[in-house]
Ligand binder design. Structure first.
Ligand code: PLP
Length: 401
């Protein structure tokens, strides 16, 4: 009998489990459409050229390895805020934005949820979209906050259930916290249009809803960082005090560097200072201070106009490759003779496509054809390339005809 004898086995992570099964598979045709990371057309992880250049410059500077302050690197926080909210955002200039460096987007969400748990003056529950990225639910639960779901995806139209979403906002108690995917909704790839975001913002204002934006794909979704930040910036324009979890994992390809930020818009400079002080306490009590390397890379790229321009071109290339992969998948399904309507593949945006395949069809894809994806039918577009797209379309047709 040890201290750990009664520990039950935790369930495997539904997303990471797909990659494990893929690695164990010996079939030469195997394809991994589970992984939430970009791959180039040769199915290789991609280090952005602007990042390589920034790393060279940093290496030559022979910087030290001292601790960062609890709130992270100040220049990084400033540049990250400008990228999210816009270079000329008034809220940055007037000192109302509390920004703290975080362990990528996940760490930003965690800090935000904990701030809600300890200091938010409103219901201690968090509304997440149905469906949502699984970690939203897990993190909310582990912050001892109640998870509630709002309608989002319509499985009949394979698109947005806008009416359901608006109804659920209307019915939520005043000051409820809503997590919104600012762009490139994970797992569905279905986003509200700009006009719909305008309506969502107006209703949230009327209902005094607290908007918590998870914007993990800015620039990476459409290839245009301003377009991808539309929802966040519209809410700010409309006077919401937003919270924003930011990540540089996807758009700068810095997955393992764990670099992001949590931004909290407050009413005044004085309030901002207080919120910042509490965020720093949360950091101190969990990991003391954030890592330095990713913050230096992002700061270098964002501060240098040439590197920043290169970066914009590079994330547009990634976004374009994913848009082209969607078109190729749809075209090949048609070539196979599929009579199903696959328009949703190209209507959706970002890293993921909610294919509409049911669990049985996914099971067949995995066991009979060695095409790996999550049970909910989510395809990671980053895993498609010119060499495997015909095979994937062929197998999708076989399991859906
Ligand atoms: N939010 C969403 C919706 C995501 O899809 C992801 C990554 O898959 C994240 C946040 C956070 O990612 P990271 O912690 O790697 O920045």
């Amino acid at each position: 009998m040890s201290a750990w004898s009664n520990v039950p086995m935790g369930p495997p992570d539904p997303i990471l489990g797909v990659s494990e099964a893929f690695r164990a598979c010996k079939n030469p045709n195997k394809v991994n459409l589970g992984v939430g990371a970009y791959r180039d057309d040769n199915n290789k992880p991609y280090v952005l050229p602007c990042v390589k250049k920034a790393e060279k410059i940093l290496q030559n500077m022979e910087l030290n390895k001292e601790y960062l302050p609890q709130g992270g690197m100040p220049e990084f926080c400033k540049q990250a805020a400008k990228f999210g909210f816009g270079d000329d955002a008034e809220i940055i200039k007037n000192g109302r934005l509390a920004t703290v460096q975080s362990l990528s987007g996940s760490g930003a969400l965690k800090l935000g949820l904990e701030l809600i748990k300890y200091h938010y003056d409103g219901p201690k529950s968090v509304y997440v979209s149905n469906p949502t990225w699984g970690n939203h639910i897990q993190m909310t639960k582990y912050a001892y906050l109640d998870v509630k779901k709002y309608k989002y995806y319509d499985s009949k139209t394979l698109g947005l259930d806008f009416k359901g979403l608006m109804d659920d906002i209307s019915k939520a108690p005043e000051k409820s916290v809503f997590i919104f995917h600012g762009c490139a909704h994970n797992p569905t790839g279905v986003d509200p249009s700009h006009v719909q975001w305008d309506e969502i913002s107006a209703l949230c204002k009327k209902k005094n809803i607290f908007p918590f934006f998870d914007l993990a794909y800015q620039g990476f979704a459409s290839g245009d960082d301003e377009n991808d930040a539309y929802s966040l910036r519209k809410f700010v324009k409309d006077g919401h005090l937003v919270m924003f979890a930011q990540s540089f994992a996807k758009n700068m390809g810095l997955y393992g560097e764990r670099i992001g930020a949590i931004h909290i818009l407050t009413e005044s400079k004085e309030q901002c200072t207080k919120v910042l002080s509490q965020l720093k306490i949360l950091v101190r009590s969990q990991y003391s201070s954030p890592p330095v390397s990713g913050a230096r890379i992002v700061t270098k790229v964002l501060e240098d106009p040439v590197l920043k321009n290169d970066w914009r071109k590079e994330f547009k290339q990634m976004a374009d490759r994913m848009k082209n992969a969607r078109v190729a998948l749809k075209t090949n399904l048609k070539k196979e003779g599929s009579t199903r309507n696959w328009d949703h593949i190209t209507n959706q945006i970002g890293m993921f496509c909610f294919s509409g395949l049911d669990e049985k069809q996914v099971d067949k894809l995995v066991t009979e054809h060695h095409v790996y994806l999550t049970k909910n039918g989510r395809i990671s577009i980053g895993g498609l390339n010119s060499k495997n797209v015909e095979y994937v379309a062929h197998c999708m047709h076989l399991v859906t005809k």
